[in-house]
Design a protein around this ligand. Structure first.
Ligand code: 5GP
Ligand code: ZN
Length: 113
């Protein structure tokens, strides 16, 4: 979609700090990290939110998410991790290209929750 920020990250017209990429999925650091290593995982096809995902696309995402979470664990050594996915404006969704937040946790006072 031409006016979608995350489609522009996929096509390279907006730069991002990539942490993982395969044929179907891209992961990059959130521009406004709530904790160190906060990452967004997106499908390379434009899908608005969870209601728009096919089982195939959901499968591609969840094949990649554990690998990305493990690589975040190795790099940043958090003590836990939250997966968060906002669907719809009322639920806090601000970018309407499906994304899963991976939020590494470092204990009380780490700035999230
Ligand atoms: P949402 O509220 O839709 O679940 O989360 C959108 C996320 O996208 C926010 O955490 C925000 O910081 C992030 N974001 C928005 N624009 C950009 C951008 O241009 N680059 C990156 N890396 N993250 C972005
Ligand atoms: Zn998009």
């Amino acid at each position: 979609m031409s006016d979608c920020i995350f489609c522009k990250i996929i096509d390279g017209s907006i730069p991002s700090a990539k942490v993982y990429e395969d044929e179907n999925v891209l992961a990059f650091l959130d521009i406004s990290q709530v904790t160190k290593g906060h990452t967004l995982v997106i499908p390379k096809v434009h899908k608005e939110n969870i209601f728009d995902l096919t089982p195939e696309i959901a499968g591609h995402l969840f094949q990649a998410i554990p690998k990305i979470a493990n690589s975040i664990n190795e790099q940043f050594q958090p003590v836990g991790v939250n997966l968060l996915n906002n669907n719809g404006e009322a639920a806090g969704q601000a970018v309407f290209h499906y994304h899963m937040h991976i939020i590494p946790r470092y204990g009380k006072g780490d700035g999230f929750g």
